[in-house]
Design a protein around this ligand. Structure first.
Ligand code: ACM
Ligand code: ZN
Length: 531
């Protein structure tokens, strides 16, 4: 059985080989060709093509992401609810072949995901990653039948989206002079320049590549906090005339009080204008506008911000953040888009149609607030940091803990459950500075969370997942992707505590030696089918 495990599968002794170079596509599925061929080629060693071409038929009675596969003496046929579902079927075929020495068993498979939102966030601000890395991530997402890539494009440490209207965002905001590292016992600066941004042309190509593989891109511009890279470029958008520099350290600190000013109209003019550019590049309706970790000290002292609190009858600076996020969300709504904010931006006056992304179980009562908001009619995506933040060491977040995550939080009522859109994992990159570390922290966690997105929790079994995971290590080897190969067993508590302490105090890369792949260098190949 593949990962994520399928709803239903019957297998027989006989098998066939699949023609990877062609797919016979019925009406309504023509746009799926690139994604299907990419999935059929994924992990194949490029040897001779197989004998059986798969027939794909659109079944309008199926849900959007539902599919079935029948393989037998009459050939191999797929029924799919949409082009995306056809790509998922091809991914499943590819996995079944990979498990069976390149042959597809005669079988019947029926499948549909539990949640419609299955995402991965990558932070390209703390460390910039080239487009090639993003393409590789998209390939993996499609293979595990994820349908969202969340691109965190702006933060204190760098701005990564090319703006023609605001060129200083790339000229100034995309660069920093140095970076904090923790490798030898203390936090020091590497004193090396870091930078980079994506052009609109590059991003449009990524959007098309991902879309062909069933993956929609959700861009994020973080505001009103985590905005130092914007303020370094356009300091007039801050509350006070003070120095702003693209930040070289991490965390929530003194610099975190430097927010975009909520009392100046020019802030909203800037944000609207920048978002107009963003919307031209990213067609998916969902846009993330941040809202996390905005320390309000400057807002408390700023006459412009205080005037708005007074004029709008707001209770405090928390509600001022609600006012800020509502204005941006309403701008997006008028253009047919939907805003998402991190759960620390929740407050009494926040518009109900804003989607919550839950990440803090305890801080500011994150889980309770999120559950109440979902019960009251809002939608949410679930990303608790203790379960699905892949940047944490395995000592802190063992694979089993990630696998066991249940997105329907306690406190969410039965009739509100359909507003839990799904699950999104995150790779924040403060301490992830290479593809090697990126994939080591992500694999095999990505496979574990795929199952949370697809599988009924009553059917999830960690041991069974581990059994099905084994062929995937060989796949990662073939693709030359680093991965954590011996994290299946959760370490005893004492060792975990030592591992966490090492990560927090002395060495953020200590676990990296823990890989099955000799040398552990990142892959150079990307699977690109002939289309
Ligand atoms: C977050 O991790 N600051 C959303
Ligand atoms: Zn202000």
């Amino acid at each position: 059985m593949p990962i994520p495990q399928v709803l239903q599968e019957k297998r027989y002794a006989a098998s066939t080989t699949i023609r990877r170079s062609t797919a016979l596509l019925g009406t309504g599925l023509e746009g799926a060709r690139e994604g299907i061929l990419a999935m059929l080629a994924f992990g194949a060693d490029g040897g001779a093509d197989g004998e059986t071409a798969i027939r794909f038929v659109h079944n309008p009675a199926f849900d959007q992401e539902q599919y079935s596969i029948s393989s037998g003496v009459g050939g191999v046929s797929v029924e799919a609810g949409s082009e995306t579902a056809a790509v998922w079927a091809a991914a499943t075929v590819s996995q079944l072949c990979f498990e069976n020495e390149g042959r597809l068993p005669y079988c019947f498979v029926e499948d549909a995901p539990r949640f419609g939102w299955r995402g991965l966030l990558i932070d390209v601000c703390r460390h910039f990653f080239p487009m090639e890395t993003l393409y590789r991530l998209v390939d993996l997402l499609a293979y595990y039948k994820y349908n969202r890539l969340h691109l965190h494009l702006s933060d204190d440490q760098g701005f990564r989206f090319e703006s023609e209207r605001f060129p200083l965002l790339s000229r100034v905001g995309s660069r920093r002079t140095s970076t904090q590292i923790r490798r030898s016992g203390t936090a020091v600066q590497d004193k090396l320049p870091h930078g980079g941004y994506y052009t609109k042309h590059e991003l449009r190509a990524l959007v098309a590549y991902a879309k062909a593989r069933g993956v929609e891109i959700v861009p994020e511009l973080d505001m009103p906090g985590h905005a130092l890279s914007i303020l370094a470029a356009y300091p007039a958008l801050g509350c006070f005339d003070e120095p702003f520099e693209v930040e070289t350290t991490f965390g929530v600190s003194d610099f975190s009080r430097k927010l975009l000013c909520a009392g100046k109209e020019e802030t909203f003019e800037f944000v609207s204008s920048l978002l107009e550019e963003l919307l031209e590049v990213f067609p998916f309706p969902y846009i993330h506008i941040g809202g996390d970790e905005a320390v309000k000290d400057n807002w408390k002292r700023c006459p412009c911000c205080q005037r708005v609190i007074h004029e709008q009858g707001l209770k405090d600076e928390r509600e001022l953040e609600g006012y800020f996020l509502n204005r941006v969300s309403r701008f997006l709504r008028e253009r047919g888009r939907k805003a998402i904010v991190w759960n620390d931006g929740l407050c009494a006056n926040l518009d109900k149609d804003i989607i919550t992304q839950f990440w803090t179980p305890f801080y500011m009562e994150g889980a309770g607030r999120t559950a109440r908001r979902v019960n009251a009619g809002s939608a949410a995506v679930m990303s608790p940091f203790l379960r699905v933040y892949y940047d944490y060491p395995y000592a802190m977040t063992p694979l089993k803990k990630t696998y066991g995550f249940e997105p329907v939080l306690r406190g969410i009522r039965t009739r509100a459950r359909q507003r839990v859109l799904g699950v999104e994992s995150a790779i924040w990159t403060e301490w992830i500075d290479s593809e090697e570390k990126l994939f080591f922290n992500t694999l095999p966690r990505l496979a574990a969370t795929a199952e949370t997105g697809w599988t009924n929790p009553k059917q999830k079994r960690y041991r069974d997942f581990l059994r099905r995971l084994q062929p995937h290590y060989a796949l990662y080897d073939r693709l030359k992707l680093p991965y954590a190969g011996n994290v299946e067993r959760t370490l005893p508590l004492g060792k975990r505590i030592r591992g966490i302490r090492t990560f927090l105090r002395t060495d953020t890369h200590a676990e990296l030696g823990n890989t099955r792949q000799e040398g552990g260098t990142a892959g150079k190949e990307r699977i690109k089918p002939e289309v």
